[in-house]
Design a protein around this ligand. Structure first.
Ligand code: ADP
Ligand code: MG
Length: 363
């Protein structure tokens, strides 16, 4: 069932079109991530949903109630929506307990107990209750901001890049624990971020925003493996994009014949994720004619060490270039393949390339 529905929403700031006819549905109890580069309209979308901005056109509906229909809108404080901003936006002069309590009515029964329960919920030690924001780490401040937003028992929680100010190690930990909390409590949420890894790991549904347009929405795995265009493919992660001849469920390309789920026929660009490509050493005296096997091979021309994984440039043997459709010369350029840094074959060595799974075809 849909909790939030955004339909055909547009918003301009003078000459800037911040959102252009954006539609997205958020199922009840789900976690949606909206991901896009800086300036793509993410904050504007959240502010429109929260009620801090009013759309020029389009509707926002929550639980069947119309919140905004063009400029006619329900004010933010009457929407039952919680928001956690990038910097937490805590009151600097209030303690942790007072910041959290700000979300509760004065006359809430067992007010102090509720505050402690909220602190437990977001995994903040109870002895922090009398500290002020400057006495907390970035991660603890974000937990206070989350507890304050949860205090109102919102129907929907919005997060505007809430983890971006935290260091990498801490960010992953707090993101996972917030996702777990939202799942356990069944709280519907929308996270906006410019970090694709964060979006893919946090959400049930990922929506891609670029220059104010919502390009594609779906489950993370679906978007990662079947992006709508090469730009989205590379935005979501490393990609190998090659020209190919596609026919009868097969794509013939520089890496050989790869299965593909599409019924499309003709010349097209295909995409593989680097983890689908396995590079293994071949002995120096190996030759294709000898073995009779039709395997794809080449030479390593360069290795860029990158910690856990490295990029290796492989120059393919000429005989693999027969499939070359007319429009591309990129076959001549060594193929860059990200691979595990364990037991890398040396530069100059002869390697075999195997492709796992299917190729995605951009049509
Ligand atoms: P993001 O959060 O994805 O970085 P924003 O929603 O903040 O993007 O901004 C989208 C575009 O709208 C940007 O070009 C930004 O400069 C512009 N914009 C956002 N808010 C305002 C505003 N209040 N006045 C004028 N332009 C704005
Ligand atoms: Mg923003």
């Amino acid at each position: 069932m849909t909790l939030l529905s955004v339909k055909g929403v547009s918003k301009r700031y003078g000459p800037v079109c911040a959102l252009d006819n954006v539609s997205v549905d958020v199922p009840i109890g789900s976690r949606t991530a909206v991901v896009g580069p800086s300036g793509s309209g993410k904050t504007t979308l959240l502010r429109l949903i929260a009620g801090f901005e009013i759309p020029d056109t389009g509707q926002v509906t929550l639980g069947g109630h119309l919140l905004a229909d063009g400029p006619a809108a329900v004010p933010a404080h009457r929407r039952g929506i919680g928001i956690v901003a990038q910097d937490g936006a805590l009151f600097p002069h209030l303690t942790v307990a007072e910041n959290i309590g700000f979300g509760l009515e004065r006359k809430t029964p067992h007010r102090d107990k509720r505050i402690l329960a909220l602190m437990d919920m977001v995994e903040l030690a109870r002895q922090m209750r009398d500290r002020r924001p400057h006495q907390l780490s970035g991660g603890q401040q974000q937990r206070v901001a989350l507890a304050r937003a949860l205090a109102r028992q919102p129907k929907l929680m919005l997060f505007d890049e809430p983890f971006s100010a935290l260091d990498a190690g801490l960010r992953e930990g707090i993101r996972a624990s917030v996702a777990e909390l939202l799942r356990a409590e069944g709280i519907t949420s929308i996270l906006v971020t410019h970090d694709q890894a964060e979006a893919l790991s946090f959400a049930d549904q990922v929506a891609i925003l670029r220059e104010g347009k919502l390009l594609q929405a779906g489950p993370p795995r679906e978007l990662y493996m079947r992006p709508c265009d090469p730009g989205t493919a590379t935005f979501l992660g490393d990609a190998i994009i090659l020209p190919a001849n596609v026919e009868d469920g097969w794509a013939d390309c520089a890496l050989g014949r790869i299965a593909t789920p599409t019924a499309y026929r003709g010349v097209a660009k295909i995409m593989l994720r680097p983890e689908q490509v396995v590079v293994s050493p071949l002995s120096a005296d190996w030759s294709a004619s000898q073995s009779g096997e039709d395997i794809c091979s080449g030479h390593i021309t360069r290795i860029e060490f990158g910690g856990a994984s490295s990029a290796i440039a492989v120059s393919l043997l000429d005989r693999h270039l027969d499939y070359q459709p007319e429009f591309d010369i990129s076959y001549r350029i060594p193929l860059l393949i990200k691979t595990s840094s364990v037991e890398l074959p040396p530069v100059g060595s002869h390697v075999q390339i195997k492709v796992l799974g299917q190729a995605h075809v951009f049509v």
